[in-house]
Ligand binder design. Structure first.
Ligand code: ZN
Length: 215
């Protein structure tokens, strides 16, 4: 076993001991089951761990991560996580969390081919296309990329609202807010993007499903 891999187990033992010392109920309670209030859809980037940046403990956040925190309607993994979070765990909040300096968004803004991932990043190119005028008007390259990172989060919040899973929850008056935020890696701070939605109001009408329709 390599040293760096072994180190994980040493760290783990230390963490388990410290966690138990700080609060002996946390791990015991989480062994009984989970009832998180939050579903987190974040980037796979190693610098944006959901629990650490929100100061939460095991059991607090149900997590799905992929490159550039995307909500792609044919992604069975994301849909399964979303369905379980909304219909079984009954979370009250879904968070899409992007982060400044996102390599996925950066790659999507360029033309360099990086392999299979090009096909995943194409979804971000679609977001870019929708907001091209606003984004291209920004002179500074970092600011331009940061703005697309924010707009991408906003689009993914809307994509969540367009799913049958979220719309069915709203239809039966299940309290469910969808939020968008961005994490600043350099400062460690989260910024709410003020794009919260808890209904189909304001959505282009053709995305709103008529869930009472029979036959
Ligand atoms: Zn990222």
């Amino acid at each position: 076993m390599s040293k760096s891999y072994q180190q994980l187990f040493e760290n783990n033992r230390k963490w388990a001991t410290e966690t138990n010392q700080q609060d002996p109920t946390i791990l015991k309670k989480s062994a009984q089951g989970q009832s998180p209030q939050f579903l987190w859809i974040g980037c796979s980037d190693s610098r944006v761990p959901a629990n650490q940046v929100t100061g939460t403990t095991p059991g607090d956040i149900f997590v799905h991560r992929n490159i550039a925190n995307m909500v792609v309607h044919t992604d069975m993994s994301m849909l399964s996580v979303l369905d379980y979070a909304v219909n079984v765990l009954k979370v009250n909040h879904i968070i899409v969390c992007g982060h400044y300096g996102c390599g996925g968004v950066g790659a999507a803004m360029g033309n360099k081919s990086v392999g299979l991932i090009d096909n995943w990043l194409r979804h971000i190119k679609d977001v870019y296309r929708l907001h091209k005028d606003e984004v291209d008007a920004i002179g500074d390259a970092t600011e331009r990329s940061n703005r697309l990172i924010e707009l991408n989060v906003q689009e993914q919040v809307m994509n969540l609202s367009k799913t049958s899973i979220v719309q069915m929850a709203w239809e039966r008056n299940q309290p469910l807010e969808v939020h968008g935020m961005v994490y600043d890696i350099a400062s460690g701070l989260l910024k709410d993007l003020d794009v919260m939605t808890d209904s189909t109001k304001g959505m282009d009408n053709f995305y709103a499903l008529n869930l009472n329709q029979k036959g």
